[in-house]
Design a protein. Structure first.
Length: 255
């Protein structure tokens, strides 16, 4: 049976962590990326999210971002490589300690927001992320934007990688994610997000903002927990993929 991973960035919104919304969303995915104290997250949200993921038997990953909570890690910063590496190391180590106390294993690392987007086009930023992770552990895989140079940088650093696509984000013709400053950057209709996820899973492609078809070959597809109607989007995407005979499984990263 064909399979693909469906992942979600979590542990970012304390209310959703506490009120059951986040765990409801977990019923439709295969892996989680947990905010670890940079752009969002604290000891309570990390522990609770790890415990929820364990109950759902989901693969667990770390989700470090710029320590810029006022902007949710979505504002680009001009930091030296060693500062980025140190921050990434501190964040993944923090989550790792909590996960270990819960009896959980961390399988992957995926950068968040502006850090992710900068790494997708700037090899130096991607190298800094890899350096920070390497200080912690090397037996994890790194998640990066499908078709972007960040995957090559991660490979050069000796990591296995998983190429990522997005169900709830629109693409520009060059394969980058459309900036959130544009009103059409997010895909808010569950049926449209499901159609995009299915096209990615079946054809390795997506329709860009200008209507052209672009290559998006991925092993994992992301849904953002903070996207409006995220639970409905996740449910629609999961059902659409399963109806097409595509199983939802954690990614099998490539070298």
């Amino acid at each position: 049976m064909r399979s693909i991973d469906l992942n979600c960035d979590m542990g970012e919104m304390p209310q959703a962590v506490a009120d059951g919304t986040q765990e409801s969303l977990m019923g439709f995915i295969a892996s989680v990326n947990i905010a670890c104290g940079g752009h969002a997250g604290d000891k309570i949200t990390m522990r609770t999210t790890v415990e929820q993921a364990l109950r759902r038997n989901l693969a667990i990953g770390a989700h470090p971002g710029y320590a810029d909570r006022a902007n949710f890690g979505r504002r680009e910063l001009d930091l030296p490589q060693d500062a980025i590496a140190e921050s990434v190391f501190e964040q993944v180590s923090r989550l790792s300690e909590i996960a270990a106390k819960c009896g959980a294993h961390i399988w992957h690392v995926k950068a968040h927001g502006a850090l992710y987007n900068q790494a997708a086009r700037d090899a130096a930023v991607a190298e800094a992320i890899a350096s920070g992770v390497a200080r912690w552990r090397r037996d994890v895989f790194l998640v990066g934007l499908a078709g972007s140079p960040m995957l090559d940088a991660f490979r050069r650093a000796g990591f296995a990688v998983a190429a990522e696509a997005f169900a709830d984000r629109r693409y520009d013709p060059n394969g980058s994610l459309r900036s959130r400053k544009f009103p059409d950057a997010l895909i808010l209709e569950p049926a449209e997000a499901a159609a995009q996820a299915l096209r990615i899973a079946e054809n390795g492609s997506a329709i860009a903002s200008d209507g052209t078809e672009i290559r998006v070959e991925a092993q994992t597809i992301c849904i953002h927990a903070d996207t409006p109607r995220a639970v409905k989007i996740a449910a629609a995407v999961a059902q659409c993929l399963r109806d097409a005979g595509i199983a939802l499984r954690p990614p099998a990263p490539g070298s």
